[in-house]
Design a protein around this ligand. Sequence first.
Ligand code: ATP
Ligand code: MG
Length: 673
Amino acid sequence: MARDYTLHSTKGPASGINYKAELNASQYEAVSAPPGHALVIAGAGSGKTRTLTYRVAYLLDNGIPPENILLLTFTNKAAREMLDRVSALVQVDTRRLWGGTFHSVGNRLLRRHPERLGYRPGFSIMDREDQKDLLDSVLGGAAIDKGSYRFPKSEVLAEMFSLAENICCDLQEIIDTRYPYFDLVSEPIHRVHQLYREKKLETNTMDFDDLLTLSVRLLQENEDLLQTYQRMFQFVLVDEFQDTNRLQCDFVDLLVGEGGNLMVVGDDAQSIYSWRGADVGNILNFAEHHPTAKTYKIETNYRSVPEILSLANAAIEANTAQIRKSLHASRPGKGTLPALVQVDNPGAQAAFVAQRILELQDEGVDFNEMAVIYRAHFHSLEIQLELTQRGIPFQITSGLRFFEQAHVKDVAAFMKFAVNRKDEVSFMRLVRLIPGVGSASAAKLWSDWSQCEGSNEGAMTGRFSAYMKEMKVPKKAQSTWDQFGYTLDELIDPQGLPVAPAGMIHSIVEGVYADYMKAKFKNYEQRAQDLEQLSSFGSRYTDPIEFLSQLSLLSGVDTDNAPAAEATQDREAVTLTTAHQAKGLEWQVVFAIWLADGMFPNRRVLDEGSAEGVEEERRLFYVTVTRAKDELYMIYPLIYHAARDGNVLQVPSRFIADLPAGLMEPWNVRSVF
Ligand code: ATP
Ligand code: MG
């Protein structure tokens, strides 16, 4: 067996950082650990990310060249922040260091050696939209008989392929377990998969998952590259290791190799991505997998006041699958307990949050130091509305602003058209939802429709279907076109006047849109919930025109979606985020909303009845409450107006019910108007 021999740096720490003073004993131990494998496993807010940041500084301080370090994080922003921090500590150009998400590192590798995989330099990366277009073109040429059985739309196919790759399992297994209703068409799905792969190569494009799968393949199939990179990345560090999936773990193993040095940090109690293929086993079995690894535990929490920490510790207590940790607070107590706030309804919940935000700002808390956290994106609707109306700036990390989402806009387009038959934009949007109608036939339909309208002297009233029957549509589109006509008819009363908004939404969803969503979107259920929420919001209005104007006004405010969000991140704004996206972050004040059973934990998980599912939801709740440094508000509305069932009485989340009463202070909220 070969002998290990390490060359030591002759230079001492140059930065002058007093590591011992800035870290506690166990953090220091991990930061100054000798080369080899190391696992830091500790609860939320214990300084795991800080430990990694200092570890990078320490390595640089000890003469390790930046290009020999690889730092893998949950977001690119997290890596940037950590490296900025390191740059401030150590006089080294951290831009030479490899840091970022698994995907961004994969991209850098592939850019260097595309030809090894049959790709050409300058390959393009497809976003979801491009991927969908490419899949559509594959589907078009694949001669699939879509007449006899329902065939998944390109977006759904993309999700299936992606899951199979991330969990490293067979596509058939994914169909069997997650999409059993597509079992009948599994043969053509496999065929499309193959054609899609060929098409990507042919067009020199990769999708997002390829950045990882192909990187792994690149290293597996090219011994020389494997050697090069293993030598290059002498030190590999990974944050949030509890949420890595099989593929990411393989990628790390390949890069590190036998003689490498790997430090991973994480918290099994914060593993919240198993539904996307993350495997908590990666962290739990780390020591077994790497027998020489040293394990470090940190038992002090630096983030939260003890009142919040006690509540967090109690919140995770009920989970059976966990490594027990005793976490004590380093900060002094505040004397006030986390608030448990019951409010009458979602409107009151939003009013409460908005009012407290303004009061806190008056007391000197920055908007940037406040966050509203929820289980599902649609929970943010009322809050978005309220904050917009009160002029409170917010940035939303959970996705598009509610009213800008495609499904919400589609439904609104039906409503707008029912109200205003001259609305060309809405008409075009609607007809393009019909299979077989592209831009050209949509334009033709519009011109026919306007003529029809013109011949009625611009006063076209009465049933839509009567006019629509007269029009010629592509054969393939006929049945959906007819159905659109009947649905539009339901949106007006016998006098030709539009019905109330909630009724309209109901008719649209039942008549055409539910079917459309099932075939088109991978997250059909979530979008259906959104529309229910929209309908519940709509029930506040009787006049659809007023309702639609509200929608337009709300979506007209400046957007923070995707690329723009990076640019606006420094602006003073309250953060609205899902619990998943809040991972690793912290704020002085956190409002956890919709803490009712069926909302958080999520209804679907409860219906499935799996104990593991509920434990994952509980970990998500733990992630939520541990984001708060100084103040935590746990809020739930007593009554929720569901579109189908009318007023539903809600019970507080079981995660709250499980907590000892002494750990929170109930607030009685009354309104004076
Ligand atoms: P999470 O599990 O949520 O990712 P974490 O374990 O990564 O949390 P950090 O975000 O690194 O924790 O640290 C939480 C907070 O505590 C940060 O504000 C950090 O600066 C502070 N902190 C950590 N360790 C120390 C320390 N030794 N002295 C002072 N502050 C510390
Ligand atoms: Mg962290």
